[in-house]
Design a protein around this ligand. Structure first.
Ligand code: 3EB
Length: 339
């Protein structure tokens, strides 16, 4: 018996070889010049990698996958899990809320039609995330559009929220009428869905994001801090949302290293709670670190190694984070020893 998928980092320069293998659910690439790639498993994320390496992320499947594209949503499934991705166009910078709602509707509709109605994890990449538009920060417009759909599609929404990250990248508007520009400037989502649901985990050090006070948006962020998924007797996965230096609902510390330390304490707290729920210790298997300033990742890596050991693969990306004052955010995957 084996887990229904595993995730690993690989060299971006030889990543194409993975797409020739039908035992691959997804290939996440970074710093990609946008190109039209017809393979629905190939998922570019437009963020530069820090530290000089060229890394890609590959989702390995023990069984062949079935991939396709429907309603503009690319998908690949292996019987237990479904990878999905979608890129949209922005027709106007102040219409992010309806654009997000449409994207989420399509994502949920395709997952349901494929027989994987339960979302475990959603990655959101939002152009110009922190920009004010029509008096509203675009992150808040995104949150409102997402909330609208999750309220409609999830019964008992506050106990069924997927884990998430919402990350920004700089974008300029390009002429949309041109075919070659399709998908270049809009919201990008990718996600993991399953046949059966996972268990929502919240962080005891943090106010649940869906209970943030109204200054974070009248219809504020809707995500869980993590989702725990038990794969039969094969082990557990813990999908860890973007975790930052937020205690209660307040952003803490002005400098990067202090924010990193607080973030690591938050991650430890989350792993403790989840390990208790799983009745087995969960260890980080993979960490993705988003850093706002273009910094040398070496001191960050050293500090994370002190917390989690040197065996954990890490990837550092330069990105916008949803609160302007936040400088670092860490997401990842943790596994139980059986996995
Ligand atoms: C926070 O804790 C930091 O809106 O999907 C982290 C992860 C954050 C996900 C989201 C936001 C999101 O509130 C921000």
């Amino acid at each position: 018996m084996v887990l229904p998928f595993t995730v690993a980092y690989c060299d971006a320069n030889s990543a194409d070889e993975h797409l020739a293998d039908d035992h691959r659910l997804a290939l996440i690439r970074f710093q990609e010049p946008v190109r039209v790639d017809p393979d629905p498993r190939s998922c570019p994320v437009p963020l530069p990698e820090l530290g000089g390496a060229a890394t890609a992320e590959v989702w390995l499947s023990p069984r062949p996958v079935q991939a396709g594209m429907v309603s503009g949503v690319g998908y690949a499934g292996n019987g237990d899990v479904l990878f999905l991705q979608l890129r949209s166009n922005e027709y106007a910078p102040d219409a992010l809320q309806p654009l997000t709602a449409i994207a989420y509707r399509r994502l949920f509709a395709v997952a349901r039609a494929q027989g994987y109605p339960h979302f475990l994890r959603i990655w959101n990449y939002v152009p110009n995330l922190n920009q004010e538009c029509g008096g509203l920060e675009r992150y808040l417009a995104f949150c409102a559009g997402r909330r609208q759909v999750l309220d409609a599609v999830l019964a008992d929404v506050e106990t069924r929220l997927p884990a998430a990250s919402a990350i920004g990248f700089p974008a300029s508007f390009v002429p949309l009428a041109k075919e070659e520009n399709v998908g270049k400037n809009g919201l990008r989502l990718y996600a993991l869905a399953a046949r059966e649901s996972g268990e929502q985990i919240e962080n005891p050090r943090q106010v649940s994001a869906f209970h943030y006070p109204p200054e974070y948006g009248r219809r504020g962020p809707s995500f869980s801090r993590a989702v725990l998924k038990r794969w039969g007797n094969d082990g557990h996965h813990l999908y860890i949302s973007g975790t930052a230096s937020v205690v209660g609902h307040i952003s803490r510390h002005d400098d990067l290293m202090a924010q990193l330390d607080e973030t690591l304490v938050n991650l430890e707290a989350l792993l403790t709670v989840a390990s208790r729920r799983a009745a087995t210790p969960l260890q980080p298997a993979l960490l993705r670190v988003y850093v706002r300033p273009a910094s040398d990742p070496a001191p960050l890596r050293r500090r994370i190694v002190q917390a989690f050991g040197s065996a954990v693969p890490m990837l550092f990306l330069q990105a916008d984070i949803c609160r302007r004052e936040l400088l670092i955010e860490i997401e990842g995957l943790a596994v139980s020893p059986a996995g």
